[in-house]
Ligand binder design. Structure first.
Ligand SMILES: [Zn+2]
Length: 376
């Protein structure tokens, strides 16, 4: 029997958020970072302990006063979450605990992208995973599309990959599974996850850039994920990067999509019909045309990164995606074009490379559910 997520007062939500982000915290540290009085903290923590959201794991005497302070961390085994990442043809799922630790992974082909069918499929996957993980209390689905809030409901306004318009997907999966369901754009969800638990943990400002079949960008500003007025923040797939390049198909000569998406690199290398991985191998073995295609892609990536820096002024950029070989193969082209595009500023940019795995995108769905339940 699944326990429903409790309604938590603000102090408890904020305290739990601090604990989740930092892993283990003492009461003294929580009180200090939230500016809570002793009485408020006691009340906030009592509620979290009563709902078995946090557990005490010893005491800490590091504080300035030298007085011991109880250490708290997220409980395990009581509250679990299902994250789902949809691509145009596959479904990836991860069960995590409250701390975002992965407990189970699953993937399968998408049978049909029709919203009703896909909601049936997600719900069936949830049912199967809940046999072994009955503590799953909410689902977070991350998908390639524009997700907006409309009249209190989460709506996929458009998804080119899935062929959807105005689909209330969270509602469809919620009706079938009986669980609370959240949806978000996949890049925004991954950005939120990296901000909480990954390379960007604890940063007030951060940009995430994904490279692969598509190019995406996510933004943390003032400690929050930004999604934009239409759920489209970070659609940089057709950003003008290098003048005079090949037409991307939409009449732009020299946009991101003229150079950087993996299938475009394959084409620009003159190897249509080969896989991206094969062209990566060719470039690694010194094939001049393959290397030239990667260098063009690298120059485009440098401009993308510089644009992100100029617009968002982040403390770090997290770079990820299955197109990461661009950054390996054309690092000097990336760096040179980044430096040139950033002039007159010359401070170094912190770039954290995060290896790509679909399971991390599924995990991001679970973290999305946790964040939403905490109103974060
Ligand atoms: Zn274009």
């Amino acid at each position: 029997m699944t326990e429903a997520w409790p309604a938590l007062p603000e102090g408890s939500r904020l305290a739990l958020r601090e604990i989740l982000i930092h892993g283990v915290l003492s009461r003294a540290e929580i009180a200090r970072s939230l500016g809570l009085s002793r009485a408020s903290l006691t009340r906030a923590m009592r509620i979290l302990v009563a709902h078995r959201l946090v557990v005490e794991v010893g005491t800490d005497v590091r504080g300035a006063t030298g007085r011991p302070s109880e250490l708290l961390q997220a409980s395990t085994g009581v509250w679990e979450f299902l994250g789902v990442k949809l691509t145009k043809d596959r479904l990836y799922a991860a069960v995590t605990d409250l701390g975002g630790r992965v407990l189970a992974l699953h993937e399968e082909a998408i049978v049909s992208p029709a919203p009703d069918h896909l909601a049936d499929q997600v719900s069936a996957v949830a049912d199967r995973l809940r046999d072994a993980h009955p503590a799953v209390c909410a689902i977070g689905v991350s998908l390639p599309g524009d997700v907006v809030e409309r009249d209190g409901a989460s709506i996929v306004a458009a998804s080119q990959f899935l062929g959807w318009r105005n689909v209330p997907f969270a509602g469809l999966v919620g009706e079938r599974s009986g669980l609370t369901v959240f949806t978000a754009n996949d890049v925004h969800a991954l950005t939120a996850k990296e901000h909480w638990l990954g390379a960007g943990a604890g940063r007030r400002s951060m940009v995430l850039v994904t490279v692969g079949e598509g190019i995406g960008l996510g933004l943390i500003a003032n400690g929050q994920v930004s999604t934009g007025a239409h759920g489209r923040l970070g659609r940089i797939g057709h950003l003008a990067v290098l003048g005079g390049g090949p037409d991307c198909g939409l009449g732009h000569a020299g946009c991101t999509s003229s150079f950087l998406p993996s299938p475009v690199i394959v084409r620009n290398a003159g190897r249509s019909g080969m896989s991206y991985d094969q062209v990566v191998e060719l470039a690694r073995s010194g094939d001049a045309r393959a290397l030239a295609a990667f260098e063009d892609a690298g120059r485009a990536l440098g401009v993308v990164l510089a644009s992100a820096v100029l617009i968002a002024d982040p403390s770090a950029i997290v770079l990820t995606g299955d197109g990461l070989p661009v950054y390996d193969l054309a690092r000097s082209a990336v760096d040179e074009s980044l430096r040139a595009a950033l002039k007159p500023y010359d401070e170094p940019v912190t770039i954290e490379v995060q290896p790509f795995e679909f399971s991390e995108w599924a995990r991001a769905g679970a973290v999305l559910a946790i964040r939403r339940l905490l109103d974060d």
